[in-house]
Design a protein around this ligand. Structure first.
Ligand code: MV4
Length: 506
């Protein structure tokens, strides 16, 4: 087995990989920027090397520097985590050329899945259902008009080089097509330096369900079931769970088989995720894209299946066979994960950097927290503001939600704003509890939130008016008690408002 691995990442995922290394008796090498000199991953690793200034372009993305550190420290392999260099085929080629093992798939597999159109072609060839649409870039407006008319509105315009919803537009009618195409193209050009576009038929109220796959270098490929990721905010996942509340063994088996076909079509090795859109109405599913990395939300799959995906990644990179077969994978429990961000839900999720002055992480039955912070640590403005992932499991979805509610009550982060209060509201939401989770969940949830806040304000006003009226009566009655009563009622009235506020910020 490897004796030493370099982790080309930071934050919670660097800590997660270091932990797996330690369990496997592998030495870990961290790299860090100026902003991260006191970061948790630096404290946890066996060795740590400074690689540059805070902006990631001057540190975590500088691959020649990272490879130099790998060689200097004697690391035999590099784990890229997610983000940064994790899906950079050029980096993988350079790492391999230097005689270092990249823990992940081949550069060819990455490139095949990197372009949206090429990824679609691969899936079509593998016999996997994709959203109906073009398999060539549009030549211009006339081409778009003709194609859209043929497949029928609504349609989705997508940037070939796109990702994260950038360069994507839902077009309801032909009148909107021209302006939508123009904005999508300029967004794509600004975001990816490439304005080529294609068209798909729009799937309305879709669910985002992805399948975890795992392959070794001996031709074995299995799937570890789905993760429901429909709860997203501006194309950022917020809550993920396994199983999906709508999935059943039959749908899982079909989607799993398709995911394996896609992975095998590019001779995939390691951990990968195949994304699907599932129509909430027909339960038909369509391949969307494949992510050639370990994903943020991998803990829910680990909790449900019991396999350690990072350990497995390292074993597979060394050349070992998968430690389990398809028949070994069971889905008998339910897991849910919340991504805790240093953002202020009361101010439109603005990043909230600063020093963590207080940290109390939930513990006990069914709770797992993957964090990259500690009390006294600094959350910087330079990187993704995710500070931890709170995951829970239970025998049933109900039990998992009960534990999540309890864990969210226990969780305290002081000094910065976090999305914890937002999650405390989600776990009380009837639609969430019912499992009705298409991609329109967050917009609808926000509407309900707004409506609730308004009615709370009204209730408060009524309470205050009643209290004042009562106080006035008491005054005219010249009761001995009146001072006390008035004070008490004012407190109750205030509690109507303060109570709900405190609840959100606990
Ligand atoms: C779609 C779609 C409906 N129809 N494609 C958004 C991000 C990108 N990965 C794919 N996305 C979508 N593609 C067709 N043909 C709806 C979305 C979509 C979405 C998908 C998953 C999770 C949240 C979403 C929110 C809005 C739109």
């Amino acid at each position: 087995m490897f004796k030493k691995i370099l982790i080309a990442n930071r934050g919670e995922i660097a800590c997660r990989v270091i932990r797996a290394c330690r369990e496997m008796k592998i030495k870990s090498v961290a790299v860090y920027s100026e902003a991260d000199k006191d970061a948790l991953h630096v404290r946890m690793a066996d060795e740590a090397y400074f690689i540059g200034a805070p902006p990631s372009s001057e540190s975590y993305l500088r691959w020649e520097k990272i490879i130099e550190v790998a060689k200097r420290s004697g690391a035999e392999a590099i784990h890229p985590g997610y983000g940064f260099l994790s899906e950079n085929a050029e980096f993988v080629r350079e790492v391999t050329k230097q005689g270092i093992t990249f823990i992940g798939p081949s550069p060819e597999a990455m490139e095949g899945m990197g372009g949206k159109i090429s990824a679609r072609l691969i899936a079509i060839k593998a016999g996997v259902p994709v959203v109906p649409g073009t398999t060539q870039p549009l030549t211009g407006y006339e081409d778009a008009k003709k194609t859209a008319a043929e497949m029928g509105y609504p349609v989705m315009l997508k940037a070939s080089a796109g990702g994260g919803g950038k360069g994507m537009r839902l077009v309801l009618t032909e009148e909107d097509l021209k302006s939508s195409l123009e904005t999508a193209q300029s967004e794509a050009l600004a975001g990816f330096g490439d304005n080529s576009m294609y068209i798909e038929k729009a799937v309305l109220r879709p669910r985002h369900i992805e399948i975890q796959v795992f392959a070794d270098k001996h031709g074995n490929c299995v799937h570890l079931g789905e993760r429901e990721c429909s709860i997203q905010r501006r194309h950022q996942k917020v809550v993920e769970e396994c199983p999906s509340p709508i999935n059943d063994p039959e749908l899982r088996r079909k989607m799993g088989e398709c995911a394996i076909k896609v992975a095998q079509a590019v001779d995939y090795v390691g951990a990968g995720t195949v994304e699907f859109l599932v129509s909430d109405v027909t339960r038909e599913f369509y391949y969307l894209e494949m992510n050639t990395r370990l994903q943020v939300e991998h803990p829910v799959t680990e909790l449900v299946t019991g396999f350690d995906l990072v350990r497995e990644q390292i074993r597979v990179a060394w050349g070992e066979k998968l430690s389990f077969t398809q028949e070994d994978v069971k889905w008998d429990i339910h897991a849910i994960e919340c991504r805790v961000y240093a953002e202020d839900p009361e101010s439109n999720f603005m990043p909230s950097p600063g020093t963590i002055t207080r940290l109390r992480v939930p513990q006990s039955s069914g709770v797992r927290d993957d964090g990259g912070i500690y009390e006294g640590a600094e959350v910087s403005i330079y990187y993704d503001p995710m500070i931890s992932k709170l995951a829970v499991y239970g025998k049933t979805r109900e039990e998992a939600i009960d534990r999540l509610r309890r864990a969210l009550q226990e969780y305290e982060v002081g000094g910065i704003k976090t999305t914890l209060p937002f999650f405390r509201e989600i776990v009380e939401d009837e639609e969430f509890i019912s499992g009705n989770l298409d991609t329109g969940f967050i917009p609808r949830f926000n509407e309900r939130r707004k409506a609730k806040e308004l009615s709370e304000t009204e209730t408060d006003l009524v309470l205050i008016a009643a209290a004042l009226g009562f106080a006035k009566k008491q005054q005219t009655a010249v009761s001995n008690n009146n001072q006390n009563q008035t004070a008490k009622l004012s407190r109750w009235a205030a509690a109507g408002r303060v109570g709900s506020f405190t609840n959100r910020n606990f």
